[in-house]
Design a protein around this ligand. Sequence first.
Ligand SMILES: Cc1ncc(COP(=O)(O)OP(=O)(O)O)c(N)n1
Ligand code: 3NM
Ligand code: MG
Length: 468
Amino acid sequence: MMGNPYILTIAGHDPCGGAGITADLKTMEDLGVHGLSACTALTVQSDTVLKKCEWTDAGLIVEQIEILMESYPVQAVKIGIIEDLEVLNTIVHLLKAKDPGIRIIWDPVLRSGSGYDFHNRIKVRDLHGILEHCDLVTPNYNEIRALSENGNTEKAIREITSRCHLFLKGGHRNDRKGMDILYRKGMPPVEFSPKDILNTDRHGSGCVLSSAIAAYLALGNSLEDSCEQAKEYTYRFLNNAPGRDRLKGITLQYISQGTTIDEHLKNIRNICVAGGDWIQLRIKDHPEKEVFEAAREAVKLCRAYGAKLIIDDHVSVAKAVGADGVHLGKNDLPAGEARKILGPGFIIGATANTTEDIEHLAGTGIDYIGLGPYRFTHTKKNLSPVLGLAGYSRIMEQLRQKKIYIPVVAIGGIGLKDMGPLSETGLQGVAVSSLLSDAKEPSTHSGLRETIARIQQYFNQTPEVASR
Ligand SMILES: Cc1ncc(COP(=O)(O)OP(=O)(O)O)c(N)n1
Ligand SMILES: Cc1nc(C(=O)O)sc1CCOP(=O)(O)O
Ligand SMILES: [Mg+2]
């Protein structure tokens, strides 16, 4: 074959570039194939919120495909979001009419990473005529469940694999998390174990995987090798995720307290020794130079114990000492300004008291929300209105309805007995200060260790287990 092979992505446009045709083209370029694109939808979204999806007229999609197929020797096609089965059917038949040998990889996006439902009522039986023309479909575990009738995923897998190959992504399965399985027509399945459990919910990861498979196939690899290499490529993509993904599984933030800077550092050390993995250095009423000195020591401590360090308020200190991130209040530097200073690698947290606050902040590219106060506390002056458990339940439900998915931690006057009820609202975790600032001496380390482990566990289990 002369030159780089051509691959066509038929998918939606994501203005933030993390998913859809932009992500597909980046992947293709990266893997040394020539990427072409036909746009099926214009979306209004960031990596956390999908607000709108305007479908491209079917005739216009057909025209885009026709000109590309007539001008370039397209070897493989990746199909992403499509308005409905009628449009999908038209596209698949058009592609096969133009080139019966073309390889079609369909990534059936039924729900976007940010929670938007595209097609939630389609079943496998509706897809028979389309699957006959595909080489490979790449649903995730939730998607295969949604496609199955009466929850019978085994039957759905059999129905698909009697027509085309199936790469079932295991990022959402509870039994064998991260285990992807390639079911080939008439051959035994091949399992691809995860190297590590990474956040497969990352916006665009499905697009990256399916375009990478298409690229590796077009480069002449076997289906099995293409899937294996594409999984490896997607692993690298997930591993290079910006701040938010690095918060996965981190559920308890300790907010430092102390009457002196030494006391802050002593408390931080105690928490790290006892298994705390997320620390916020919150020093009030000291000159920035002293906060900087303290932050330098706190970074050393946190590095030594493998904990992440967030600096309250002081963006330039966080950057100068190489902390993991910063926490911004309503009167601090706006998140967008902080991001310009810190770049994509830093975690940025921000304070909220209402659903509207969170909705606004989620659009500014921050990584987590501190939502408070839960109840009255002496630790912070000028508290916003107390939310109570009812407030958290209401706000978390509103976020689900608005399809806003961003890690939220509760804060303010939280005690051990609050962990169970709070963990059931869908929070990622809690941020506490007084609760963990009293058990100081080495003799109490085992008690502190147990308390920290219990809190972390509350938020690291499934909602069903947490409510038992
Ligand atoms: C996790 C977390 N949530 C909220 C806050 C409060 O921050 P802010 O509103 O900036 O108030 P101060 O902490 O600066 O008094 C926080 N620090 N951490
Ligand atoms: C730092 C802070 N921010 C709050 C908010 O509501 O934004 S409440 C709070 C104090 C958290 O400490 P404690 O666990 O001792 O109450
Ligand atoms: Mg602050």
